[in-house]
Design a protein around this ligand. Structure first.
Ligand code: FES
Length: 138
């Protein structure tokens, strides 16, 4: 897990929805059809998440299986099926689509992973965009 490398880049404050950006990694550090886990410390607590890459498209999901609300992986950065075509839960083998995190096989069929908002910046940085507590100062 890449928690040591995390730093908060900045806070972008709008009138009603303060957002904080958290640097995750550079695009070049996430090979195609691979996943990486992260632990992001926010003002509201830690967020355990992972990124998965499909060609140029990178998506982020909470590292939480909808079956038992436990982490999907038992090894760092191991989230994909053997074929590398789906996200797979290591506990009971549920398969999720990379595109939408929708469970297509296993005990939580029909449920979905929780997507998170990320931004792929022009310079290749990938940042998590997380809504800050509205009671906090920027
Ligand atoms: S905990 Fe993930 S499929 Fe059971």
């Amino acid at each position: 897990m890449w928690s040591a490398r995390l730093c908060q880049l900045n806070k972008r404050i709008t009138k009603d929805s303060p957002m904080a950006n958290y640097f995750l990694c550079n695009e070049t550090e996430l090979p195609n059809y691979q996943a990486r886990s992260f632990s992001v410390e926010t003002a509201q607590g830690a967020i355990e998440l992972f990124l998965v890459r499909q060609d140029r498209r990178i998506r982020a999901y909470l590292n939480n299986c909808p079956h038992l609300s436990i982490p999907l992986n038992w090894q760092p950065d191991e989230f994909l099926s053997l074929e590398g075509t789906h996200i797979q839960c290591s506990t009971h083998g549920a398969l999720f689509t990379m595109e939408e995190g929708h469970c297509i096989a296993g005990p939580c069929t029909g449920q979905s992973l929780t997507p998170l908002t990320i931004e792929q910046q022009d310079d290749g940085k990938i940042v998590l965009q997380h809504k800050s507590d509205s009671h906090q100062q920027p």
